[in-house]
Design a protein around this ligand. Sequence first.
Ligand code: FES
Length: 575
Amino acid sequence: MIRPRLRSELWFGGNDLNGFLHRAWLKAEGLADDAFRGRPVIGIANSWSEATNCNSHLRTVAEHVKRGVWRAGGFPLEFPVISLSEPLMKPTTMLFRNLMAMDVEECIRALPFDGVVLLSGCDKTTPAMLMGAASADVPAVMVTGGPMLRGMYGTEPLGSGTDVWRYWDEFRAGRLDEEAWCEMENCISRSTGHCMVMGTASTMASLAEALGMTLPGNAAIPAPDARRLALAEASGKRIVEMVAGDLRPTRILTREAFENAIRVDMAIGGSTNAIVHLAAIAGRVGVPLPLSVFDRISRETPFIANVRPSGQYLMEDFFYAGGLPAVLRELAPLLHNDALTVSGTGIGETVKTARVWNREVIVPLDRPLGREGGTVILYGNLCPDGAVLKQTAAAPHLLRHRGRAVVFESKHDLMARVNDAALDVDETSVLVQKLGGPRGGPGMPEWGQLPIPEKLLRRGIKDMVRISDARMSGTSYGACVLHVSPESAVGGPLALVQSGDEIELDVGGRRLTLHVADEELAGRRARWTPPRPAFTRGYGKLYLQHVLQAHEGADFDFLRGGPGQDLEPYLPTSH
Ligand code: FES
């Protein structure tokens, strides 16, 4: 078979029965023949949903992408994909990230697209889009929805999530009255867009930009800012050029690109969730990304973005300070500047004129906020395959700590007992929760910021060492050891911890140690029984059968590797 100039010509190019059918049915939408014949077909994968407030403006963004596609001589077709609503979806959006990635991949491959524009916003929608597009491997550019404007309570800026957790603790401790608490509910989310701290959505938008999958400047433009729509139009124009140049995700998502993304994650104090998502995206293109790479880059990378929850400011301030291009320029001595981007040039070239407008928000590399990156990787007999902790968001006095475990066997156990006045706990205790991992949650929910017991909150205790195999919201903070791997539900050592055991956290030494003798642990293991599976049918059953552990990205085993494979069954055949 002679390979056509465009993939879409296999659908629309011939004068046979197939060509007739594909064109005739498309014309039902009121399209003239020359609207699409011979033009690159650009899919616009839209995760718009009224149930996902963070993505609820993406229909408007799509219209501006279309404008760019038309201007460049392409033919845009907007199509829906699953949307994942962080606040509303239960039990957790992470349970469905891989499902959304499959939706994106299969739609791109099954439809006549020569290129795609990926519209995402809320936390998991960005990694899911990147995973699907990487596997489908047709030219792709991402446009994220942008962060909300900063929340305002009186004259006080409020950050999504971060300030909710902070004031919830104040409310529980009786230091904030009900009127103020209710008023904050009206003030915190006052525009379209995703959470406007450096939570998971802002982090993943930043990492999409650092990977080279967006045009420069995409990550931080606030959702309501007109410049986001202009960038959407530019992205629509650019994808048509990318199709002509056959600039596919596999040419962009190289080892160097992932190292750049990890470097940026560490420099901006990004969400711990980014580690799971980057490992999953890398797994789709066959780039090995063990936790040791994160550890090495974390040790080498100064923390320079003063944005909550690790810092003081919000994403709106970060944008006015220069946004991600300014961070990339600042990090230039540490980056792979030749790593190819959707712009068609190396990432260093795309930011060479960027500048920092506010040195309070983006500080110089030689005068950082922290000598090391935001997230550290821990190892030890409690987490043989690793665990993560966000050191920039933890109380410094807890970064080296030894204490007695107070163990909760599950989330339900925790909720039932954590505020019990009789609970044997003090500020030196180490709170431990089991069954929060990929299989145990199930779906690895954001339970890792275990609540401080109320009796300690009332005494002014604001942070404690907490350990789980769960994730935590990117907006959260505290000395929380997360993603303990292997998880408790598959019999990882976390499953064997009992109340009263001594646990030692040594962030400087990157160690997490359970001080219990090996013979004692062997006895506990012999008595351990696995939990009953949470699902016996449907997608949940598929998830439990195939999900990988946190350090492997929690992707499905059968989705890793092989971008661009198995295309043959998708090609149109004669009727
Ligand atoms: Fe969507 Fe926070 S709830 S990004």
